[in-house]
Design a protein around this ligand. Structure first.
Ligand SMILES: N[C@@H](CCC(=O)N[C@@H](CS)C(=O)NCC(=O)O)C(=O)O
Length: 207
């Protein structure tokens, strides 16, 4: 069976859980404590991902694929989650790169610092800059979504999944999403898609 090397609190890993669930694919997960460096062990680096990070999908033949958006692309091709049109395919890629360069490093990292590091962490000093840059990214999304239902074309795609992962809970990083009514409507639209799963399973608590 497909194995997802995973962490419940990772939005990057949630992207993969969400797509696999919506595709109806069976998989099992192995959890890692990323704060305690479990993805940096010699065993993980040599056998799973030499970049020391989850998510990683391990196939039955032993091959391992890292990088959340590469994983989304692999599974979404030839499905309704990736458009047929060449221009729209390029637009999906545009949003995947945008997510990794202009959104995740700020929106996700603010959530990480505020929810997973101690209250006295010196990294809290990063929050004002992360908010400035994170709000810039959310404004770009708002601009697209104010007159479109989804990020690319008329349909739900992996562009939406990639951006949803860290946008729908940006408030955990102290972002005020009420400034972005179109993003809030888009979040509700995604929650209504078939096979949608929440990021934190009911009753989940950090160990
Ligand atoms: N660009 C990577 C980022 C992966 C990433 O940053 N993973 C974090 C969890 S969200 C991680 O494994 N951190 C552990 C570490 O860096 O030691 C992706 O999109 O998959």
């Amino acid at each position: 069976m497909l194995v997802l090397h995973d962490n419940t609190e990772s939005g990057n890993a949630y992207k993969v859980r969400l797509l696999l669930s919506q595709l109806g694919l069976d998989f099992k997960t192995i959890q890692y404590n990323v704060v305690e460096g479990e993805t940096r062990s010699t065993a993980f680096l040599s056998a799973i991902n030499d970049n020391g990070r989850i998510p990683v999908v391990e196939f039955e033949d032993g091959r391992c694929l890292a990088e959340s958006n590469a994983i989304l692309y692999y599974f979404a091709r030839d499905t309704a989650f990736f458009p047929d049109d060449k221009w729209q395919q390029a637009e999906v890629m545009k949003w995947l790169f945008f997510e990794q360069y202009s959104h995740e490093p700020f929106v996700a990292v603010a959530k990480y610092i505020l929810t997973m590091l101690p209250d006295d962490s010196p990294r809290r000093a990063e929050i004002p800059l992360l908010h400035t840059k994170g709000y810039d990214a959310l404004a770009v999304m708002e601009n697209r979504l104010k007159d479109h239902n989804f990020l690319v074309g008329d349909g739900y795609s992996i562009a939406d999944i990639a951006l949803f992962a860290y946008s729908h809970n940006a408030e955990m990083g102290d972002f005020d999403l009420s400034r972005f009514p179109a993003i809030l409507r888009w979040i509700e639209r995604i929650k209504a898609t078939p096979g949608y799963i929440v990021m934190y399973p009911e009753g989940w608590t950090r160990e």
